[in-house]
Design a protein around this ligand. Structure first.
Ligand code: GLA
Length: 379
């Protein structure tokens, strides 16, 4: 049964009666522009056809009660008395809290949460949950859906309530994507444009099945190194450093910081080139940019692991593959490949087999359609 039907049926059973709204917000895969978001740079993610769903009914008081299909439990809290706790409901509480801080008059509701974004794989199940919660609050509290504003609410919830220091990319694409398109986003101005994917090219997410702890500390260390580099160049963010300026001055930078900065500065240019390639419908150029991005993330930014390098190298030499790279924060999780859509079946079975032989691990594959951003159905 599809998840929207499942959450509605469960609502009937849990809360007695019919829900009023059905909200949905997708996960994402980043095509290119990695670790550039917190440098005020450019990114090109797409929403995937996997999402978090909440079906809900307004309440007359200020309680929120949510039943989670995945965890088979109900969380309940008062909008007047928000306390930090542990678990999946923290994302919803964090969003409620940030909406209140921003001055929105939030109201209570009963709801059922479900979804099919794999958790912990780097496909932004947490951003999907934040944005579907924001969509739910917007529906019952009757405020307009402003994608950029709601993405910022979701990001703040994650930064300040959940305690993860992420950038704005995941929330923006979950809030603002358009079906059939990737989202070209300027992370400084939050201006965006919808760019169609090249015909005949399929986006294949390859989950290495490796996960790494300490991602947060490694992520924060990269952020600090980028900030140190920006300071060296005397600018607010690495976004403001051109390749020419970098080349002229970088020899005075400490080697690690120099390489971190080189990744960001070249990656920003690759995003711009990728947008041009997509607008021209050129999957070959886009694929080459994927490959260059991976090399830069591996050698300069150092956020890949052995499994990511193996699966990407295996994919890159497959004849049906235009290009491949790690995607998301890195250190484990997923890679993304651009593949001739007629040969996807052969591609995934070959890569699965070769990856198994080389690493002893089982990969998961998700062929992703570019989906729409957060949406709402009124019953
Ligand atoms: C994670 C963060 C994003 C972004 C990526 C790396 O997904 O949540 O904000 O920084 O890593 O590009």
């Amino acid at each position: 049964m599809d998840i929207s039907k499942l959450v509605i049926n469960t609502f009937n059973a849990q809360f007695d009666g019919e829900p009023t709204f059905l909200a949905r917000a997708p996960g994402r895969v980043n095509l290119i522009g990695e670790h550039t978001d917190y440098n005020d740079g450019f990114v090109l993610p797409m929403a995937i056809d996997r999402a978090a769903w909440i079906t809900l009914r307004p309440r007359d008081d200020r309680q929120v009660r949510v039943y989670s299909l995945d965890y088979e439990e109900t969380a309940e809290f008062s909008l007047d008395d928000l306390h930090k706790g542990k678990g999946w409901a923290e994302y919803i509480k964090g969003v409620a809290n940030e909406l209140k801080v921003a001055g929105f008059q939030v109201k209570g509701w009963d709801g059922v949460l479900g979804g099919d974004v794999p958790k912990g794989a780097g496909l932004s199940s947490s951003a999907a949950l934040e944005l579907v919660a924001a969509r739910a609050f917007a529906a019952v509290s009757k405020f307009d859906w402003n994608p950029a504003r709601m993405a910022q609410i979701g990001q703040k919830a994650e930064n300040r309530w959940v305690g993860v220091n992420c950038g704005i990319m995941d929330q923006m694409v979950s809030a603002a994507a358009q079906a059939g398109h990737a989202l070209f986003l300027d992370c400084r101005s939050l201006e965006y444009d919808h760019v169609p994917l090249p015909d005949k090219a399929a986006v294949v997410v390859m989950d290495t099945s490796t996960r790494r702890g300490l991602v947060d500390s490694a992520y924060n260390e990269r952020r600090a190194q980028c900030e140190a580099a920006a300071k060296f160049f005397g600018v607010p963010a690495l976004r403001d450093v051109s390749l020419e300026e970098f080349r002229a001055k970088s020899s005075a930078l400490e080697n690690t910081v120099m390489r971190r900065a080189r990744h960001i500065i070249t990656e920003n240019q690759r995003v711009l080139d990728a947008v041009d390639a997509m607008r021209a419908g050129d999957a070959s150029i886009l694929g080459r940019l994927f490959n260059e991005s991976h090399a830069s993330l591996r050698d300069d930014f150092e956020v890949t692991n052995e499994a990511l390098n193996q699966i990407v190298a295996t994919a890159q030499v497959h004849p049906a593959c235009f290009g491949a790279r790690m995607t998301g924060a890195g250190f484990g999780g997923c890679a993304v490949a651009l593949v001739d859509e007629k040969q996807v079946g052969g591609f995934t079975s070959t890569i699965a087999e070769k990856y198994r032989q080389r690493s002893g691990l089982e990969a998961q594959f998700y062929v992703c359609q570019p989906g729409a951003g957060a949406g709402l159905v009124v019953h």
